[in-house]
Design a protein around this ligand. Structure first.
Ligand SMILES: [Zn+2]
Length: 512
């Protein structure tokens, strides 16, 4: 697995003098402060008023490879501007460099001297890598060198330590994009598991994969309800993947992640109709992000943290043995769940994973529990292209979501905070003595009030996390991250690139 290596370059002059670079991309809101190239930029600006407004490639005698690319960020000082302007401009700049034939461009970021832009260089590199990434199926069919010709990016003005950090984040994001973006047969559950095993080979991460159907049936009853009609096809059978990382030094906190890995979601018996199924191979973005974040941690060898993650790689198929609404299934935590709609399958998978992680958390040092999932259309409707964070009271007390959102803003990986409320818990309560909980209503989440908040209440109750509320002997901070709005660039689920949200934000929060 390759990605453009980040190399620290001390100055613009050093980049101009070094023949290993074959283009210079300047990312800035204006290009009036580049003394090394000012006369050329001024001459070009005199005849081309696009400079400073859009991305332009100039022939330059001084620039490496004679390619000078000016990628304009636009204004940076309005109330609502943030570092994503650098992420987006770097995407444009690197795309021009690649199209022009460059394989090793240098990147020069000129950012305002303010906290909001303190990681602009790193963010620009990550934006460039996002633009350069090509789908796994394409790479396997055509070869990586052909589709991804850019092998190195020189980042001007950063230290080697910074270069190493951004490269580790990109490695995690790349794994997340590969796992999320790939079609459902290439990334069938057990092949998803194999890809994880391969990705963590030679790292400190231990990967174990449970595929025994009887064991899964006993330990993950809700997950197996979702998987039930996939069991008739050998290659579609489910897998639970457990990833464990134990950092060096004294462990100060334990992070526990549940990842929704629906390698395909037909909706099940509540079949997705009218074209709503296309793109549902991306319903494994949460699981992909969990694996991606752990890859970054493994490369950085982050000290003092322990991570335990469980990924449910499952296919929600339809067939004669498909689970149906009205069934009552007892969760791993012993809660009787009435199925409301089989297309609300992600919460069933997550609830059993979270229940196992709850048991791990009981004996862990300073545990923080997360679920990451492309869970509801409502999240995308409510917050647009942001990750939606819904936390419990114990997490709120320690400011978990607030901190994560703050750091995400600095790394072009933003999120919005939603509150968990009493209405959410009323909504999922069982309607009779036959059951304890209802998994879902029967309207699309996007037209259901609190459609991305109430599923978090379901997860809390179905996973037994209500036993670890703020006013109990052992509160466990828990944050649910719905990436249905942020998981793919631009929101085209079938064709857009996976964004790898929230890998960069988690990395910045826990590894920096
Ligand atoms: Zn679904």
């Amino acid at each position: 697995m390759s990605y453009p290596v980040a190399i620290a370059v001390s100055s613009v002059q050093a980049a101009l003098n070094d023949s290993q670079w074959d283009a210079l991309i300047i990312v800035a809101s204006s290009f009036t402060a580049v003394p090394e190239l000012q006369s050329e930029i001024n001459a070009a600006s005199a005849i081309d008023s696009r400079i400073g407004k859009e991305t332009v490639l100039l022939l330059s005698a001084k620039a490496p490879g004679q390619r000078l690319i000016l990628a304009a960020t636009g204004p940076l000082d309005r109330d609502y501007d943030d570092v994503r302007s650098f992420y987006d401009a770097a995407k444009q700049g690197i795309s021009q460099a690649k199209a022009a034939g460059a394989k090793a461009p240098a990147l020069y970021v000129i950012a305002p001297d303010s906290d909001a832009y303190q990681y602009a260089a790193e963010v620009a590199y990550l934006g460039a890598c996002q633009a350069l990434w090509q789908p796994l199926e394409g790479r396997e069919a055509c070869g990586e060198t052909m589709l991804e010709p850019v092998t190195h990016i020189g980042v001007i003005g950063v230290s080697e330590h910074q270069a190493g950090y951004m490269q580790a984040v990109e490695a995690g994001k790349r794994l997340a994009r590969d796992l999320c973006g790939t079609e459902p047969e290439r990334m069938a559950p057990r092949r998803f598991a194999d890809y994880c095993v391969e990705a963590f080979a030679g790292t400190a991460v231990q990967v174990s994969v449970e595929t025994n159907v009887d064991t899964l049936q006993k330990d993950y009853p809700l997950l197996m309800a979702v998987a039930r009609s996939s069991l008739q096809v050998d290659r579609h059978k489910p897998a639970v993947i457990r990833l464990e990382y134990h950092g060096e030094g004294e462990i100060e906190q334990t992070l526990l992640f549940a990842g929704k890995g629906l390698v395909y979601d037909t909706g099940g018996a509540d079949l997705k109709t009218g074209g709503a199924m296309a793109g549902m191979s991306r319903d494994k973005g949460g699981a992909a992000a969990v694996a991606g974040f752990i890859k970054t941690v493994a490369l950085l060898k982050t000290k003092g943290i322990r991570i335990i993650a469980e990924i449910g790689a499952v296919r929600n198929s339809i067939g004669s043995d498909a689970f149906v609404p009205d069934e009552i299934i007892t969760s791993h935590a012993g809660v009787r769940v009435r199925i409301g709609n089989t297309d609300a399958e992600g919460r069933l998978v997550l609830a059993d994973l979270l229940s196992h992680l709850r048991e791990d958390a009981k004996t862990a040092v300073n545990p923080k529990l997360f679920s990451i999932a492309t869970l509801t259309g409502h999240a995308a409707r409510a917050v647009g292209p942001y990750s939606a964070l819904v936390e419990n009271a114990a997490a709120r007390r320690v400011g978990l979501s607030a901190d994560l959102a703050l750091v995400g803003d600095l790394w072009a990986d933003p999120s919005e905070i939603s509150r968990s409320r009493r209405e959410d818990f009323s909504f999922i309560k069982g309607r009779s003595s036959a059951d304890d909980l209802l998994s879902c209503n029967n309207a699309p989440s996007s037209v259901t009030p609190r459609g991305h908040q109430f599923p978090m209440a379901f997860l809390v109750a179905a996973a037994g996390l209500d036993q670890h509320a703020l006013n109990t002997a052992q509160p466990i901070p828990y944050c649910h991250i719905d990436i249905a709005g942020s998981g793919v660039d631009g929101g085209d689920w079938q064709h857009s690139k996976p964004s790898a949200a929230p890998v960069a934000a988690l990395a910045a929060y826990y590894c920096l």
